[in-house]
Write a protein that binds this ligand. Structure first.
Ligand code: HEM
Length: 399
């Protein structure tokens, strides 16, 4: 049955109710995406009060549609206690649209070169091997703590040129900042996000005084010296790269190990095609929002400027119209199948995708080749948060 839409939300389309904090939903959100997709190209999700898309063609098209953007065209007044957060976020390319986004992204791409990523591959392999060498061989242990968490954060710290030993601090600031994007966040969370953004900026200001030669931070500071980037843009870019650059990769590695083991594919060669399939099958980031930047009609729904739409990337990745038997992890689905939307599409397409793909392919290859007997000791369960679809623990043994 379709419930009544909440007051103030668009009528004229089907509505589905599903609490995003329901523990059963968080464990397996895919049946809900299937129901939503089956009802039409745009269906209201009552708890968000927004039209949502879960079909591949619609999600892909809206991500590439210039009439939708991440930036709120008429932002509400901001309470003073959030100031520290916006002092950073207002300069983050992820939250901007052209022309500022174009300049910022092009500048950062000058520093985030494919040569630099290729150079990191040796380091990713060496670090993955070191982490595996330290596994206990006699008992069950958590693969998230021993492998999936340390790998991406150490790599991004090295790339930027910040001490790896600061990883716990970076993680704590990053988690506090993500709180600002949680539905139903409290004022305490907003204050914590602002405090974290201020502390993160002060920490980086110290690093900027003596950047590691050859590091990405050194390159970004060079660009600031040539007036291509402003000082707040350098800070916001470093924070974005550190935040975006680890958590999603951690959870793709965790979901990937669980998925490969459960599908009996642990011994399959870790090809680029299988990496892509791991990313498609169970990605860590499911929902992104866009604002209509003008009044427009889409699939029978009239959007007013400033109205939001929800894009279910993970729903698009499981659309049977784009991927046959979408629930199955298949090693040879790619390159024939369309590109999955796990990294988004269009102008905000993940800038770190080449690095993330290398970390996932190398990380999973090192694990499966050096630990052929690895198996799950518990059924892995997902953490009770919807904005990151990742495991709370991944208990395995090597016997
Ligand atoms: C943007 C996913 C890893 C840096 C995005 C977006 C997605 C995404 C979906 C687009 C958001 C939108 O359209 O609203 C992922 C996933 C990752 C991953 C699934 C791991 C498996 C990384 C890494 C880095 C990174 C390792 C950096 C080192 C960025 C940046 C943007 C971005 C800078 C903003 C691009 C822009 O606004 O133009 N990512 N990401 N990501 N990601 Fe990633």
């Amino acid at each position: 049955m379709t419930p009544d839409p909440p007051r103030g939300t668009p009528a004229g389309m089907e509505w589905l109710s599903q609490s995003p904090t329901d523990p059963a939903f968080v464990q397996d959100p895919y049946p809900f995406y299937d129901r939503l997709r089956a009802l039409g190209p745009l269906v209201g999700w009552t708890e968000y009060g927004l039209p949502m898309a879960a079909g591949y063609d619609v999600v892909n098209a809206v991500l590439r549609d210039r009439r939708f953007g991440r930036e709120n065209p008429s932002p509400p007044p901001r309470p003073a206690h959030q100031a520290g957060f916006w002092a950073v976020e207002d300069h983050s390319m992820l939250e901007l649209e052209p022309p500022r986004h174009t300049r910022l992204r092009a500048s950062v791409l000058r520093a985030f070169t494919s040569r630099r990523i290729a150079e990191m591959e040796e380091q990713i392999t060496a670090l993955a091997q070191d982490l595996v060498a330290a596994f206990p061989s006699d008992r069950s242990f958590d693969l998230l703590d021993t492998f999936a968490r340390p790998l991406p954060v150490r790599i991004i710290a090295r790339l930027l040129g910040v001490p790896e030993s600061d990883a716990p601090r970076l993680l704590a600031w990053s988690n506090a900042m993500v709180g600002m994007y949680q539905a139903g966040r409290t004022e305490a969370q907003e204050r914590a996000a602002a405090k974290a953004a201020t502390a993160f900026s002060a920490y980086l200001a110290d690093i900027f005084r003596a950047p590691v030669p050859g590091s990405l931070i050194a390159d970004l500071l060079d660009l600031a010296g040539q007036d291509r980037l402003s000082a707040p843009e350098v800070t916001a870019t470093c924070i974005l790269l550190l935040n975006a650059g680890h958590e999603a990769t951690v959870h793709t590695l965790g979901n990937g190990v669980a998925g490969l083991l459960s599908a009996g594919l642990w011994h399959a060669p870790m090809t680029p095609a299988l990496t892509e399939e791991v990313l498609r099958h169970d990605p860590p980031l499911h929902l992104f929002l866009r604002y209509a930047t003008e009044d427009l009609d889409l699939h029978g729904h009239s959007f007013r400027r400033g109205e939001q739409i929800g894009l279910l990337l993970a729903g698009a990745n499981r659309d049977p119209a784009a991927f046959a038997m979408p629930e199955k992890l298949l090693p040879d689905r790619f390159p024939a199948a369309p590109t999955p939307l796990s990294f988004g599409a269009g102008r905000h397409f993940c800038l770190g995708a080449p690095l993330a793909r290398s970390e996932i392919q190398i990380g999973l290859a090192v694990l499966s080749e050096t630990c052929p007997t690895l198996r799950l000791t518990n059924r892995p369960t997902f953490a009770d948060i919807y904005h990151f679809h990742g495991l709370s623990a991944l208990k395995v043994t090597l016997t």
